[in-house]
Design a protein around this ligand. Structure first.
Ligand code: ARG
Length: 321
């Protein structure tokens, strides 16, 4: 009798544990975006391996692709606000890098402005700051105008218990400390070493509370291990898949993944997990080294809901190689 009760209890405990650990929740963020209308998209310089000023995009086709992308996101129920592009800022179309948009626990909108690594993109910040402030957001900086830490928001995504931040090619390690302290959150750093995956969003796409598309080849060995430990159910891309398809540079609205391309194997896994895959061709923008995620900036990441608050913040870095 005693033995029976005990084993029944044991089974119950195990069952509860299994349900708890495999329960997945849709991402609550990713329903409100900011994008920049590509009225002046060109390749004027080369600050990543994809860019070649000898190979220019077709402006009409780029505009058409961008409009289809925006219409697709709106069709899925997302809000997309549009900023005008500065004529002197050809890379401004990659709106993901303008800043890290957040909603505070009090409902207030805030944006930590990017401080671009390359001077060619720094003028974007002034225009973006005015635009965000004009819409009632509070803006702040971790560095600006070439002084202080560099931060590019394409390196920053919430996942699990932390803000996951890629650093190296663009964002600097010092920016992680600022973010942790200013926002009062845990920041988990990942060192990016691959020159072709210079922003984290080329190698990491959160799908829901347990799953993400990941490309560990973008990172050094300890960071690759840390990423695999962080994501309970990773969908791993090879280096080639990530670089040639931009499949990690996708956007998730609820259970729909809006992707520039999707290898069959990746699609099969996404569908097995219950996601719908929608493909939108933004190939003209690949000439500048960015795809769907780079063209859209989610501004509804909510502190306390999508990211636990920690009074004085914390930075967790993988060990050195
Ligand atoms: N040409 C842009 C740059 O090098 C591309 C930005 C891509 N954006 C992104 N979030 N990965 O800065």
């Amino acid at each position: 009798m005693t033995a029976l009760t005990e084993s029944a209890e044991l089974v119950r405990e195990q069952t509860t544990e299994t349900t708890e650990t495999t329960e997945t929740a849709e991402l609550a963020w990713g329903r409100h975006y900011v994008a920049v209308e590509p009225t002046h998209f060109r390749i004027d310089y080369a600050i990543n391996p994809f860019m070649d000023p000898e190979v220019q995009p077709d402006p009409a086709l780029a505009m058409e692709q961008w409009q289809t992308m925006v219409a697709t996101l709106r069709g899925l129920g997302a809000t997309v606000d549009v900023l005008p592009q500065r004529p002197d800022a050809p890379d401004m179309v990659y709106a993901m890098n303008l800043g890290l948009g957040l909603v505070g626990a009090d409902g207030e909108h805030r944006v930590v402005m990017s401080h671009m690594r390359y001077p060619q993109r720094r003028m974007e910040t002034g225009s973006a700051q005015e635009w965000f402030a004009g819409r009632g957001a509070t803006t702040s900086y971790v560095g600006r105008d070439g002084v202080g830490a560099h931060l590019e928001a394409g390196d920053v995504f919430p996942f699990g218990d932390a803000l996951v931040v890629g650093y190296g090619p663009r964002t600097e390690e010092l920016a992680l400390k600022h973010l942790a302290l200013d926002l009062g959150v845990r920041v988990r750093g990942l060192r990016i070493t691959h020159p072709g995956m210079y922003h984290l969003d080329l190698a990491f796409c959160p799908l829901d509370s347990r799953r993400a598309i990941v490309c560990p080849a973008a990172l050094d060995a300890p960071s690759a291990r840390a990423l695999m430990e962080l994501v309970p159910e990773p969908l791993v891309l090879t280096e080639e898949e990530a670089l040639t398809t931009f499949a990690a540079n996708s956007v998730v609205v609820g259970r729909t993944v809006v992707m520039p391309a999707c290898p069959d194997r990746v699609r099969a896994q996404l569908e097995a997990w219950g996601f719908d895959v929608v493909i939108v061709d933004v190939s003209e923008f690949h000439l500048g080294g960015g795809s769907i995620r780079c063209l859209t900036n989610p501004v509804d990441l909510t502190l306390g809901r999508d990211l636990p608050l920690l009074p004085r913040g914390e930075v967790v870095l993988p060990p050195l190689d």
